[in-house]
Design a protein around this ligand. Structure first.
Ligand code: FES
Length: 383
């Protein structure tokens, strides 16, 4: 592809200088009972149905722990759809990981709660789509609002620390106060208000989800008011949407720096969206050791460090802070993953982000697209 750095055969970095992957995310399955319009899973999920066996996952966890990984997130799709989840949690705990279950709540029953507690699960992150039943159920295209309330109570009854997570966008930003009240009523220790990042299904639906500046300013003021009132009763994290910023986020804390995701089919990913970047030879844990993948593979070395950077990142004194931003966003918006993240006002492509925000209101006659297998197949007839 013209203008792209040749990453087909990058110099493997020396294992001695590569820090361990501290944060291991195991995406046990792409299957999910919900159909969220902002799901970050690859839109080609219906064409990626292979799932690793219990023994393969155990092997991955052992290798990751030996490499130095300390935190382990069980994610998906919906990880509760895997009947071996308890066994995997138990093994993870035995290996010394701090474990976190990232769930929609569907499938979290009293019996499974007891089994997961016995297995040693440390922490649960439960997603809501909104504080109202109508919007929660609409955005996930399921009737799950009441179930999520029950699951939140069950989590607290079993004495787990709980993060409530709610993805924000133009439909629910006006409800931020109610979402905070809901988190307080459910006794959540943390509330993650994560403004939509435009990847996966959220990229497909970006015009439908894009908020206005005014909505964001108002929502942040509400969050700050609550923070003052409630102190540490519930810690609120407000993740700003980077399209409205002048500087990019330090995506993944730098490529190949601390984050390692393993997809259901065993593909090792430096970030959730890496499948969509051209030129990467994504390794599979079935074919190579994790140590080899982390330290020597093309995919993990492609954007590690600074050698891949072009101007303005190459000469920028902020490059050690944001690592040039997000490679996936650079590719998605500029067509070249080695460009600076166009969210950065120093990027020559920054205007494209401004246009995406500006155009959203006039592009909304398109229907919102739910994450379904049928939509996935339609979007990817080539696979
Ligand atoms: Fe892939 Fe940011 S999501 S690098």
């Amino acid at each position: 592809m013209a203008g792209l750095l040749d990453i087909s055969n990058p110099e493997p970095a020396s294992p001695a200088v590569i820090a361990p992957p501290l944060w291991l995310l195991v995406e046990l399955t792409y299957r999910c009972p919900l159909h969220c319009v902002f799901c970050y899973n690859p839109t080609q999920h219906a064409r990626l149905q292979e799932e690793m066996t219990t023994a393969q996952w155990v092997d991955v966890m052992r290798q990751a722990r030996a490499l130095g990984a300390a935190q382990l997130g069980f994610s998906g799709g919906e990880p509760l759809l895997r009947e071996d989840l308890e066994e995997l949690v138990q093994e993870a705990r035995h290996l010394g990981f701090y474990t976190n279950l990232i769930t929609s709540g569907v499938g979290f029953t009293e019996a499974r709660a007891r089994r997961l507690k016995d297995a040693g699960l440390d922490h649960i992150q439960l997603s809501f789509q909104d504080s109202t039943r109508e919007l929660n159920d609409f955005l996930s295209s399921t009737k799950t609002f009441d179930l999520k309330q029950r699951v939140a109570r069950l989590i607290k009854q079993h004495d787990w620390p709980m993060v409530l997570n709610c993805v924000l966008h133009r439909h629910n930003l006006p409800h931020v106060d109610k979402i905070i009240e809901m988190a307080l009523a459910l006794d959540a220790e943390f509330l993650e208000l994560a403004n939509t990042q435009y990847y996966g299904w959220a990229w497909v639906n970006r015009d439908q989800l894009m908020p206005t500046h005014e909505q964001l300013i108002e929502a942040e003021a509400v969050v700050n008011r609550y923070r003052e009132q409630i102190n540490n009763r519930c810690r609120i994290l407000f993740v700003v949407p980077d399209y409205f910023e002048e500087r990019p986020k330090a995506c993944m804390n730098g490529w190949g720096s601390v984050f390692l995701a393993i997809a259901p089919d065993g593909v090792a990913l430096p970030c959730h969206n890496a499948r969509n970047l051209p030129g990467l030879q994504l390794p599979r844990v079935q074919d190579q050791s994790l140590a080899e993948i982390w330290t020597r593979s093309n995919a993990f070395n492609a954007y590690r460090g600074e050698d891949w950077m072009q101007a303005p990142c190459r000469d920028c004194d902020e490059r050690k802070k944001d690592f040039g931003g997000c490679r996936c966003q650079a590719f998605q918006i500029t067509g070249d993953a080695t460009n600076a993240d166009p969210v950065c006002s120093k990027s020559p492509h920054h205007e494209k982000v401004i246009q995406l925000v500006k155009q959203a209101p006039v592009m909304r006659e398109q229907p919102i697209i739910f994450r379904t297998d049928a939509a996935s197949r339609l979007l990817h007839p080539e696979l």
